[in-house]
Design a protein. Structure first.
Length: 111
């Protein structure tokens, strides 16, 4: 891996720039620890979900610049940005990180 990989995540009005480098698993959002910035536990879990999915939670240091939108939108855009960088690092992560079709149901037939 190069010195640092970058990615962008967008969700609603929120935009995050994600910088990933090899390290010990620190996640910094706007110069604060992510647990301090995202005080709600479910938002913290959303930010680290891509790392846990590929079992890389302690392999990378992540710096995130978040702007616009609300806290939830920023957390979800950070999740997308991290996933995009992980796919850039290793394309084999793509099937695990790809979002499932949320509400797709069977085809309706009247008879």
């Amino acid at each position: 891996m190069e010195k640092q990989k970058t990615g962008v995540g967008r969700r609603k009005e929120a935009v995050t720039r994600v910088f990933v480098s090899k390290g010990s698993g620190k996640i910094i959002v706007n110069d604060k620890d992510y647990k301090e910035y995202f005080s709600l536990v479910y938002l913290q879990n959303q930010v680290i979900r891509p790392l846990k999915t590929v079992e890389a939670a302690d392999k990378f240091d992540i710096k995130i610049n978040a702007a616009g939108g609300g806290v939830k939108g920023q957390a979800e855009s950070a999740m997308l940005g991290i996933a995009r960088v992980l796919i850039d690092i290793n394309p084999e992560f793509r099937p695990a990180l790809k979002a499932k079709k949320a509400r797709r149901s069977f085809q309706f037939s009247k008879r």
